[in-house]
Design a protein around this ligand. Sequence first.
Ligand code: AVJ
Length: 322
Amino acid sequence: MSEPELIVHFTEADAARDLRADARAGLTDRPKWLTPKWLYDAAGSELFERITALPEYYQTRAEHNILTRHAVEIAEITGAGTLVELGSGSSEKTRLLLDALRKTSTLREFVPLDVSESALRQAVTAIAVDYPELRVRGIVGDFTTELAAVPAGQGRLVAFLGGTIGNFLPAERARFLAAVRSSLRPGEWLLLGTDLVKDPRRLVQAYDDAQGVTAEFDRNVLRVLNRELDAEFDADAFEHVARWNAEQEWIEMRLRASRAMRVPVAGLGLTVELERGEEIRTEISAKFRRERVAGELADAGFELSRWWLDEGGDFALSLATA
Ligand code: AVJ
């Protein structure tokens, strides 16, 4: 086994600076908002892992179902020498792809990119043990800005799974896809996971589960602000709200103040005032139709080559070529 490498493009100091800028922008805006990126500290990542096992949250299982059935086909079509995974987290689903690419024996290198250095360190070590023939190069970075750091490989397949692209606003999504495209050479590949538009009741349940795990995940962002910015949010005084925005076709998570409050945020030198019932938007999670995915990929300079659904028809994987 060759030792896994870790390239740090994004340090704790960078994260702290970005969090401050985001929190200041969002908490002084009307309506107030926070960026979903900050939901994933150690506690938040653990809560998200629990979400993926909830009966209401079908996305992870659905994407797993697609990969189980089509990973070999993906390997055969792309013949990728380098697998790049954006926002890889624990890289669990990646193993399905790695196994398939290993079978077709084209794969030489795995490059996971994630903001969380600790998650990446664990993932990279585990993968290097189980796939000793691979060169493993983890990049600690923000996948919205750090794509240029992805090394030129031998025929790259960039995987952006889990439906995370849904967390971008439409303009951010367009910018992101264009950046991915410009980091690739013609003939290289993008594998993109997107959740699909469906019965709003199922969508709302997926983001407001009966056990309240998603509510805790949502409220955890306030605990992150308390710890990182010396804020004094009483997280339990916020109610978790999941709402379907039919016009935009996205789910919104919000935290609703159950009483009026003035919250000191010492690290930003400001006090956040909330009215009773006022909401802070903490996430959007866009849901897609095939035409939209194909159109947005085309706008970014990709051509949609394959479109696969899980057996329930809930989730899609797109394979597109640059
Ligand atoms: C990890 C971004 C795909 O948007 O469904 C889960 C995060 N939020 N429950 C999603 C999430 C609430 C999730 N992604």
